[in-house]
Design a protein around this ligand. Structure first.
Ligand SMILES: Cc1cc2nc3c(=O)[nH]c(=O)nc-3n(C[C@H](O)[C@H](O)[C@H](O)COP(=O)(O)O)c2cc1C
Length: 300
């Protein structure tokens, strides 16, 4: 990767090539694809919240054949590596899908074991270390491509889930997907999204996910891709200090579709201005020596 900035799955598609030069991105990440075409959830699929949004798209997908036939060749015209995100309902299906989309032109697979919309009450593979280990082990056996496990912030101990994914053969972690959420329209007294619950994303989740990246970085030895609420170069730096080697930008693409390109430029300027010759020097460089904290902070 020429820089650590890439889009988050589901917030990016081929049409972005009309708006920004995709060659400038660190990597390209597809919307999660399922084996067969999927309609997704009934609407409304999105609702605004304070400093964020709730989505309940429900993995609308054109299917793996269409991805391999159309999207992979389309993205091949750009220099940036292509990461294909996969979603399935069973561990065996995840493995079969991983094999199916491991075609020339695909550089890595992101295993979306975290999407909260697929199963009742937001449960997913990444809620549980054993389930995570099982599905990542099977995917590991079915592809020779690097695999990234995308974790859910709805799990209690995300760092332990990350460790399970690492032990099962994941090459990197994406921390994280959306937080299970709900909002109600008080005029209609109906949930704001058709699926009743959905995933919260945007700046409102950033401090939660920065904390999870920090905790996970202390536990695992594989790289972490931070994802949650990033809207500026300062947010990128914060994630890197917490332990992220790279970042994904999601909701901000809807606010500012050229934002990723601007952040890449800003990151270069930040590095020059601050005398940083190697941006990876920032990874995990937070000064968290407990002596720096006040007694009050420790009491928390
Ligand atoms: C509209 C929408 C669709 C999404 N679809 C997917 C998806 O298909 N697969 C996935 O792993 N994450 C999906 N996500 C989650 C994002 O990739 C990202 O993890 C999350 O939004 C947090 O990042 P952000 O705060 O920068 O948006 C979606 C998010 C949004 C807002």
């Amino acid at each position: 990767m020429k820089n650590p900035i890439m889009p988050a799955s589901g917030t990016f598609a081929e049409e972005m090539a009309e708006i920004i030069d995709l060659n400038t991105l660190g990597a390209l990440v597809t919307k999660s694809v399922t084996k067969s075409p999927r309609m997704g959830n009934k609407g409304p699929r999105m609702a605004e919240t304070t400093a964020g949004m709730i989505n309940a798209v429900g993995i609308q997908s054109k299917g793996a054949d269409a991805l391999c036939k159309n999207s992979v060749p389309f993205y091949a015209q750009f220099a940036s590596p292509l990461i294909v995100s996969i979603s399935a309902d069973t561990a065996e299906d995840f493995a079969a899908l991983a094999a199916q989309v491991s075609v020339p032109g695909v550089d890595a697979l992101e295993v979306n074991i975290s999407c909260p919309n697929l199963e009742d009450d937001g449960r997913s593979y990444a809620m549980d270390p054993h389930q995570t280990h099982r599905v990542i082990s099977l995917v590991r056996k079915s592809t020779s491509l690097p695999i990234f496990a995308k974790l859910t912030p709805n799990a209690n101990a995300v760092a332990d889930i990350g460790l399970a994914a690492e032990h099962a053969g994941a090459d990197a972690l994406v921390v994280a997907n959306t937080l299970l959420a709900m909002s109600i329209n008080i005029s209609t007294r109906r949930p704001s999204v058709g699926n009743v619950m959905g995933g919260l994303s945007g700046p409102c989740i950033k401090p939660v996910i920065v904390r999870m990246v920090y905790q996970t970085y202390k536990k695992v030895n594989i790289p972490i891709i931070g994802c949650g609420g990033i809207c500026s170069v300062e947010d990128v730096i914060e994630y890197m200090l917490a332990g992220a080697s790279a970042v994904q930008i999601g909701t901000y693409n809807f606010v500012n579709p050229t934002g990723m390109a601007q952040i890449i430029q800003d990151l270069e300027e930040y590095a020059i201005k601050n005398g940083i010759s190697k941006i990876t020097d920032l990874v995990g460089a937070v000064q968290d020596d407990s002596r720096d904290f006040t007694g009050e902070a420790l009491a928390f």
